[in-house]
Design a protein around this ligand. Structure first.
Ligand code: MOS
Length: 768
């Protein structure tokens, strides 16, 4: 089934936040945010702005009736700066005016005097100063310290990955509308309606039942609206609470890029030990996560980095430690993969460096250490592995030896163009690592005409979750898709939602939908059985016809619905699902946190221009473990999009903050994202369909985040191409590998390459 939104999307008729008809009297909001990354506010002058044309009111922390606090995991984030600013872009005041233009014009008239304080942008500097968001955590299996003695080869090094701007097409925003008796309805572009409701509740002091949050869909989220949509919702709700008027804030692109956090940059140290058979015996890694100025979701992101520190490999002795470091950048946040990609990049770097030292292809080490069913992760869970199946199928199906031979032949024939190839196996755990969040709910109503409406906690953000929810209703009831409507996500219909995140949305909300539909159907079957004087077990529904022991009856879906109603039996149900069997004990850092894992292997080939440093991704060919895909079209879209986004992170997207903590890459003129021309010339997805049972909805495994990590293969493909130009080169493990950096890596004349918050040494190469 194609995405149910495709018709309105292509006609431009889909409703996003900015398409909601605006009520008369709506006030438009705009933020005055800190121009300084760290300092003490000496004086805030609002007079000129207050007298600016169309301005109705300007709000600061003094106007807050609840608490000036929006921190989700840790209460360390002020909505408005009170006495100190902690990052460039931190909200200080909110202008409310009659038009959008007037509000933004008035913002420019606000003056602020700030006494500057020391600005920290480097996580290692923050860690050295003890500026940590939470105490460090260590995951451990075996005894890595003792295991070095059993290693024949030991390699150490550092790795660095930069941040990534979410660049959802729809910018952040919210619209608040006053109701009776102080109730506020909030339309928000959020992945987490309940997170918005909680944040607004804190700031306004209103109980959660006074706050209705409604979301039709988002124009993309990618993690950027898991927590960071709260700010704008809290601001407009506060404006409505104080003025009694509707208030709207739809951020401009530059406001959005400047004021919101991004993927966490990581700076890491690794040490890896192998025996002579290339088995990884020991691995130690230390991660320095650049959290930004407040916690946001950083502790959870850091946790997932630790969970994925060994990617697809079984390592008997591994110790992984992570520091979440407080810097003066906007609070960094969830981004597709949620710390997993950062962890995987480091183990892949360690393997690549070991391969460098041994003069072999990294794939030899990768292949020898893939997880097998029954192997244990460093957090104690035993794996049900498809790692070898994906790898082997990729090798066979795409004829990997021929691919490698073609690369070698091309490189023999070309001096100034070189190809590179890399394998990227991926293993990603599915479930929120915070066990509590793994619950979902659905509300299903069957109307007397036989049509059905379903509401869940799932947010449609382009990933196609509503289509999957509809498919669950369709196949559980045995009715036509045209009879089913998926409603907006609304906190009055579905309470206490987990954010649509962690790739788990279709599983959690789909299973809840299945539970609700099954309960209604069971009651309907009971009614039919009574009518026919048979047992309910002999009744089934298929294509809207009612069957008795496989024989069609005169009853159909619609007449049975009416009959059920006439018998005064409920045609509505609220379903609740909680993932079974998962647990994690943080005191020992062991447990079974994931419902299941998703596997895959990608083979990436690239061509670099060794004169200019520019390059192309020739192909990404992969085998992906779908379990049994319930919607191949949607899943393919997720895979392709994930790969391109991962390639963007690894190759061209370069978040640049200067020493003063000001974002230099603050617009699309200075921040390059993949366009259609940077998409690999070929993406081939081969489905690994497995038979064993799993906890995914209809056995169709989660597909949101895992494919992003195939993009890491492009970094190592480029690195391989550079080494094919000159085998003596040792390009540092610093992403993104922009064309400039490819060029510098090809001709390492300078002793160092400056990255945004790490300086990595380049080993001098022999002359060509
Ligand atoms: Mo997603 S990065 O789990 O919002």
């Amino acid at each position: 089934m194609k995405n149910i939104d495709s018709y309105t999307h292509t006609r431009g008729e889909s409703i996003y936040l900015d398409d909601i008809p605006v009520q008369a009297g709506t006030l438009y909001a705009a933020c005055f945010d800190s121009p300084v990354a760290h300092g003490k506010i000496k004086h805030l002058d609002l007079r000129a702005a207050e007298n600016s044309y169309g301005v109705v009111r300007i709000l600061t922390y003094k106007d807050i009736r609840g608490i000036n606090q929006i921190g989700g995991i840790i209460p360390d984030e002020e909505l408005f700066a009170e006495h100190h600013v902690h990052f460039c872009g931190m909200p200080v005041a909110l202008v409310l005016a009659e038009t959008d233009h007037q509000a933004r014009a008035a913002v420019k008239k606000i003056k602020i005097e700030i006494e500057p304080l020391t600005v920290i942008t480097d996580p290692r500097v923050a860690a050295a100063l003890g500026e940590l968001i939470v105490p460090p955590r260590t995951f451990k299996i075996g005894d890595s310290t003792a295991a070095w003695d059993n290693c024949d080869h030991i390699v150490e090094g550092s790795a660095y990955t930069n941040g990534q701007e979410h660049l959802y097409i729809e910018t952040q925003g919210a619209y608040a509308i006053p109701g009776e008796n102080g109730v506020i309805k909030i339309y928000s572009s959020t992945q987490g309606p309940t997170a918005v409701q909680r944040a607004v509740s804190k700031v306004t002091g209103l109980p959660m039942h006074m706050l209705e949050v409604d979301v039709t869909r988002l124009g993309g989220g990618f993690g950027g609206k898991e927590d960071q949509a709260n700010t704008w919702a809290a601001l407009v709700a506060l404006a409505t609470q104080i003025t009694g008027k509707p208030a709207k804030y739809s951020l401009g692109r530059m406001e959005d890029i400047r004021m919101t956090g991004k993927r966490h940059p990581y700076s890491s140290d690794f040490k890896i030990g192998l025996n002579k058979d290339l088995k990884i015996i020991a691995y130690e890694v230390t991660f320095y996560q650049n959290a930004g100025a407040s916690a946001d979701l950083s502790p959870a992101v850091m946790e997932r980095t630790l969970f994925h520190a060994t990617n697809s490999y079984f390592i008997p002795n591994a110790t992984a430690t992570a520091y979440s470091c407080r810097t003066n950048l906007p609070p960094n946040t969830a981004f597709r993969g949620f710390g997993g990609p950062q962890g995987m990049f480091v183990i892949e770097s360690a393997i690549a460096k070991a391969a460098d030292e041994l003069g072999i292809d990294p794939m030899e080490i990768q292949q020898k250490n893939l997880l097998k069913t029954g192997d244990e992760f460093l957090y104690g869970q035993k794996v049900v592995s498809e790692a070898n199946e994906c790898w082997n199928k990729a090798v066979e199906h795409f004829n990997a030896s021929k691919l490698r031979q073609e690369v070698a032949e091309f490189n023999m024939q070309n001096r100034l163009y070189k190809k590179g190839i890399a394998f990227m196996p991926v293993c990603f755990g599915i479930s929120f690592t915070n066990t509590m969040m793994n619950q979902g709910r659905a509300l299903v109503h069957v109307y007397t005409d036989g049509s059905v409406v379903v509401s869940t906690g799932a947010i449609e953000m382009g990933q196609g979750v509503n289509t999957k929810i509809l498919q669950v209703v369709q196949s559980t009831f045995g009715i036509d898709a045209a009879k089913i409507k998926v409603n907006s996500t609304n906190t009055y219909r579905i309470a206490n939602t987990s954010p649509s995140a962690a790739s788990a949305t279709a599983d959690l909300n789909g299973k809840a939908t299945q539970i609700a539909c099954t309960a209604i159907l069971d009651r309907m079957k009971e009614v039919a059985a009574n009518e026919l004087n048979v047992t309910a077990g002999s009744i089934s529904v298929c294509e809207e016809a009612i069957y008795l022991n496989g024989d069609r009856t005169t009853m159909d879906w619609k007449s049975l619905v009416l009959l059920t109603y006439s018998k005064r039996v409920s045609l509505s149900e609220h379903g609740h699902y909680a993932t079974p069997g998962i647990h994690f004990d943080k005191t020992i850092e062991k447990g079974h946190p994931f419902a299941y894992h998703v596997f895959g292997t990608a083979i990436t080939t690239v061509t670099i221009d060794c004169l200019r440093g520019i390059y192309e991704v020739d192909s990404v060919k992969l085998v992906h473990d779908f379990g049994g895909s319930m919607n191949k079209v949607i899943d393919l879209g997720q895979i392709e999009g994930g790969i391109v986004q991962g390639i963007g992170w690894m190759t061209m997207e370069e978040v640049v903050y200067d020493q003063e903590g000001r974002l230099r890459s603050n617009a699309l003129s200075t921040y390059k994202v993949p366009d259609i021309y940077s998409v690999p010339k070929e993406i081939v997805v081969e489905y690994l369909e497995t038979q064993q049972d799993n906890l995914a909805i209809f056995r169709s495994k989660a597909v949101g985040e895992p494919p992003l990590m195939y993009g890491i293969g492009t970094f190592f493909g480029l690195r391989n191409a550079i080494k094919n130009f000159n085998p003596g080169l040792r390009p540092p493990f610093a992403a993104p590998m922009t064309p400039e950096r490819v060029l510098m890596n090809l001709y390492p004349g300078k002793p160092t390459v400056e990255t945004t918050s790490a300086t990595l040494e380049i080993t001098a190469a022999p002359s060509i």
